[in-house]
Design a protein around this ligand. Structure first.
Ligand code: D5M
Ligand code: FE
Ligand code: ZN
Length: 482
């Protein structure tokens, strides 16, 4: 027997394991000493967890991927990706085109509603005495709450008008609207003059059927790794990535890993960032990312989308991380580089991936929303059918001729990150995943009282939509909110 083999076997025997002779034969054929050691250690760890103290042929075949079920599909289709579409019109003209595209796309979305037959242009509503209630739709340009009324200004391509809301409940609804978001309003002529808003309707998500994968495979949801930062939880992430190639029965069915932005910490993103970096260049950071992802088996498809820390354009929609910083990631067969946002089909399950930059603007201005419950913000985005409505606040938006941030297709899973708070929820049948982070609380986050729950791995069965999660951080109080 080879020296290395007897060493590896002793390791298992000392831990109280029996080794079946058939397992022996397979081990004897492994020539890479490092691999041999790693396999034995992994199997011992997994079987100890299962409290089964025999290593047999089946364990090794599973571990080595010989037993990986070839009937498990791992089909990816990129249904929508801004990378090749970003054009950026110039200045004011660009923004006019953007808002007109936003209006037209959302008007099409509400056209299925029964009220849409009663929609009138704003210019018409302003100049006619209304006998009955009518509907108008437009983008919200101004909101003013005064003593006991709220005034909204809505704009459509024909013009704009100011409507007054008297009803208290409706004023509350108006208070949650975001500037530049699309709304439909039921209006009537007010007693003296002017127009009164009697109802507000959002595009929202209709009842619909969710697509599921026929094959029982799992998808892993990650974001905000911040590789290169001092606070990146490298050991914890390596432990999780190693689990993906372990003999664990769930791990053996993982076929997709989705990374929703902030894969690296970047360079020059905030003042004096270099003091908090362990890798000082983008290239080094992305190389480290590539090395880490290399530990994932090649039958697992990996999707990488940029966030605000990653290189490339900052303004939304963001094209994929440019190839010039790391051609290795682009060249890998099992890696797809996509822009932000992107709509991806995983065995027919539609996943809308968005980093989540707009959450910052929304929690600042909307009563009842906070960083602690990012999935509530995600519900607001779905109701608005737009990923980043507010223009001119902290989230930069590029003057695209087409508004690529409108949620045209309804996803089955909505995957967001950015706020470093892992949370799960459901909305109208859509699974909402905020995938948290793999970065410990930074001094900046501590200074603003932001408490992340990093190191939580979220894994979804795409056939049943059952969700698993595992805490890899040393903080055992780290919980996944739902
Ligand atoms: O953002 C992580 C979270 O921290 C996200 O919710 C935004 C918030 N954040 C980060 N930097 C700032 C500044 N400078 N002001 C306010 N809020 C901030 P990340 O994208 O990982 O940096
Ligand atoms: Fe982040
Ligand atoms: Zn971010």
């Amino acid at each position: 027997m080879k020296k290395e083999l007897s060493f590896a076997l002793n390791y298992a025997l000392n831990k109280g394991f029996q080794i079946h002779p058939d397992a022996f034969k397979i081990l004897d054929e492994i020539t890479d000493v490092k691999q041999l050691e790693k396999i034995i250690k992994e199997i011992v760890k997994e079987k100890t967890r299962q409290k089964k103290f025999q290593i047999n042929q089946n364990d090794l075949e599973t571990y080595l991927g010989i037993k990986d079920d070839p009937s498990l599909l791992n089909e990816i289709k990129i249904l929508s990706d801004p990378t090749s579409k970003v054009t950026s019109g110039e200045g004011v003209k660009g923004y006019n085109a953007l808002f007109s595209s936003r209006f037209n796309k959302l008007k099409r979305i509400v056209s299925d509603r029964p009220e849409s037959k009663m929609i009138k242009a704003i210019s018409v509503v302003k100049t006619t005495k209304l006998e009955n209630d009518v509907y108008v739709c437009g983008l919200l340009t101004t909101r003013n709450a005064e003593r006991n009324i709220t005034k909204l200004v809505l704009e459509d391509p024909s013009g704009s008008f100011e409507g007054i809301i008297f009803d208290e409940e409706l004023q509350k609804t108006a208070g949650t609207l975001l500037i530049d978001q699309f709304v439909m309003a039921r209006v009537a002529s007010a007693k003296n003059s002017g127009l009164m808003i009697k109802d507000l309707i959002l595009p929202d998500i209709p009842d619909q059927k969710i697509n599921k994968s026929e094959s029982e495979v799992y998808a892993v949801f990650l974001s905000d790794l911040h590789i290169g930062s001092k606070y990146f939880m490298e050991d914890e992430l390596i432990e999780f990535v190693t689990w993906i190639s372990s003999p664990d029965p769930v791990a053996r069915k993982v076929r997709f890993v989705l990374i929703g932005g902030d894969i690296v910490d970047g360079v020059g993103i905030y003042p004096n960032q270099n003091k908090e970096l362990v890798c000082q260049t983008i290239e080094e950071q992305l190389q480290k990312a590539e090395d880490l992802l290399d530990k994932i088996p090649k039958n697992v498809k990996i999707i990488i989308m940029p966030g605000n820390h990653d290189p490339g354009r900052r303004a939304l929609p963001q094209p994929a991380i440019p190839q010039k910083y790391n051609s290795g990631l682009w060249e890998r067969e099992n890696i797809e580089m996509v822009g932000n946002p992107a709509l991806i089909s995983l065995n027919g399950v539609k996943v809308l991936m968005f980093h989540g930059q707009s959450i910052d603007d929304i929690v600042k201005t909307t009563p009842g929303l906070s960083y602690d419950r990012p999935t509530d913000v995600m519900k607001n985005l779905l109701r608005a059918r737009h990923l980043s409505p507010v223009y001119g606040s902290s989230t930069p938006i590029a003057p695209e001729v087409e508004d690529l941030l409108v949620i045209e297709d309804i996803p089955d899973i909505f995957h967001v990150g950015h706020v470093h708070k892992a949370q799960l929820d459901m909305y109208k049948g859509i699974l909402l995943v905020n995938s948290g982070s793999w970065q410990k609380q930074t001094p900046f986050q501590a200074s603003v009282g932001m408490v992340p729950n990093p190191g939580l791995a979220i894994i979804v069965n795409l056939k049943t939509f059952q969700v698993f999660h595992e805490n890899y951080s040393s903080n055992s109080n780290n919980v996944l909110q739902s």
